[in-house]
Design a protein around this ligand. Structure first.
Ligand code: 5AD
Ligand code: SF4
Length: 444
């Protein structure tokens, strides 16, 4: 009988861009081991989950998926089930007690261990949760050839009282600057035009490095800007306490650094910010916004906000609304507070009733969208540079891409994915710009 040509894997990714990037590396690594990607879980010999633990909803969603893997494994016992990422790290070896059909579990820094496990034909379940090294050297299977992620650091030294990440991704470690610049050179030679720098707190990049491999975050932005072929640089996420003038100057002066800054507010109330251990207050946050707007007047600002932190009063919440109104964000991710195991905030008194959280969330979302829509109008009648991604998801006769301000743009045109084109914007909603490509202006 013929052996099957190659084994197949299926990866489901939850959570942030860091996880998306880790999944690309898992896929690349499995490719080098002779595995092929399968479109469905049913057809896979290796079912993988790259998990997130940031909020309870993320846990629950993943556990429902895991139930399906259990069923598939019961039907086909040779199937290997692997669970990686932050949820796995947060429960560690408990994974195997709670879900005995899981064969391998590994934390966010341990992707390379997956290869070891597979290559060893291990017959007992194994867990890998100690950070050893960056997986930066692993091959990646990128979704789009012209866009890439670059992990600049791992872990976080902040102590935000609501956040599980310091316990899942550990203390902050920066990758040496030389290694990062070499990686970007390779990416650029491979056709990448846009890189997104990833870290839990990108602005504190480099503080743990020594010698010639030490660059500050702003210096790193400038060094990447100087690499031929890289036309756009983005990054996520910064911490407002660490975004200093040197970084803002890089936005103002480096052609490739995009006019978009994600500046997570979390709350507009200084009292709640203190309980969150964010280390800035409302005034200092607003000072940062003013400094950014002065240096980069047209910048797009986006944010993250948590509603219903323990003890949040109506007056605290109204302060959040005031800040949202004053700043005028171009977009915001809004979250209902979710108590996470092992965090300080999970132990606080003053949990809010569900209907109060819901009502506040509805008011916040209404304001965020209204302000974002108002802000978007500044693009109408302007030409914006768009990096083309492909056909629009809602209307295949149109194209879709992103502007430098990180707005999704749907437009009429003939450009190919990966090209940079000028689009004349005719209308704008809170999230999306509509327009038409200016012909003859192509640069790609
Ligand atoms: N509950 C709700 N939202 C949270 N976030 C982080 N932890 C929690 C939590 N326990 C939000 C923050 C962060 C974003 C990635 O997720 O706003 O910036
Ligand atoms: Fe989820 Fe945070 Fe881990 Fe990303 S770093 S996967 S958002 S818990």
């Amino acid at each position: 009988m013929d052996e099957p040509v190659s084994k197949r894997f299926h990866v489901t990714t939850f959570g942030c861009q860091m996880n998306e990037h880790d999944s690309e590396r898992m896929k690349g690594m499995l490719g080098t081991l002779g595995y092929r990607e399968s479109a469905t879980r049913e057809d896979a010999d290796l079912i993988l989950f790259n998990t997130c633990s940031i909020r309870e909803a993320a846990d629950n969603r993943f556990i429902a998926h895991l139930g399906e893997a259990k069923r598939l494994k019961a039907e086909s016992p040779g199937t290997v089930v692997g669970v990686g990422g932050c949820w796995a790290q947060s429960v560690k070896d408990e994974v195997f007690e709670r879900f005995p059909f899981v064969d391998v579990a590994f934390g966010p820094g341990q992707i390379h261990k997956l290869a070891e496990f597979i290559a060893s034909d291990a017959i007992t379940a194994q867990g890998f949760f100690e950070f050893e090294e960056f997986a930066g050297h692993l091959p990646t299977q990128r979704d789009r050839e012209f866009q890439a992620w670059l992990q600049i650091s791992q872990g976080c030294n902040c102590v935000c009282s609501y956040c599980i990440v310091p316990s899942t991704r550990g203390r902050e470690r920066s990758r040496p600057a030389g290694e990062l610049l070499a990686e970007v050179q390779t990416l650029a030679a491979d056709g990448v035009r846009e890189v997104t720098l990833l870290g839990q707190n990108v602005n504190s990049y480099g503080r743990d490095l020594r010698g010639e491999d030490r660059l500050s975050f702003a210096e790193l932005l400038r060094a990447i800007d100087a690499i031929d072929g890289i036309e756009r640089i983005r990054y996520t996420s910064p911490h407002p306490k660490d975004i200093r003038e040197d970084v803002v100057a890089a936005h103002a002066e480096c052609p490739a650094v995009c006019e978009h800054i994600h500046l997570p507010l979390q709350s507009g109330s200084s009292r709640i910010l203190k309980a969150m251990r964010r280390t800035y207050n409302r005034q200092r946050y607003m000072d940062r916004v003013a400094m950014i707007r002065e240096r980069v007047p047209d910048v797009a600002l986006t944010t993250d906000i948590i509603v219903g932190f323990p003890g949040e009063t109506e007056a605290d919440f109204e302060e959040t609304l005031e800040v949202v109104d004053e700043v005028g964000y171009d977009g915001a991710f809004t979250f209902v507070f979710s108590p996470r195991r092992g965090t300080l905030a999970a132990e606080l008194e003053g949990a809010l009733p569900h209907p109060v959280k819901k009502e506040r969330m509805a008011r916040l979302v209404e304001l965020v969208q209204r302000r974002a829509k108002e802000r978007s109008q500044r693009f109408v009648g302007r030409d914006v540079e768009v990096l083309v991604e492909g056909p629009s998801r809602t209307d295949p006769t149109r194209l879709r891409g992103r502007s430098r301000h990180n707005k999704a743009v749907n437009f009429e045109g003939t450009a190919r994915p990966g090209e940079l084109v000028e689009v004349e914007v005719s209308s704008a909603s809170s999230q999306t710009l509509l327009g038409a490509e200016r012909l003859l202006s192509r640069t790609g």
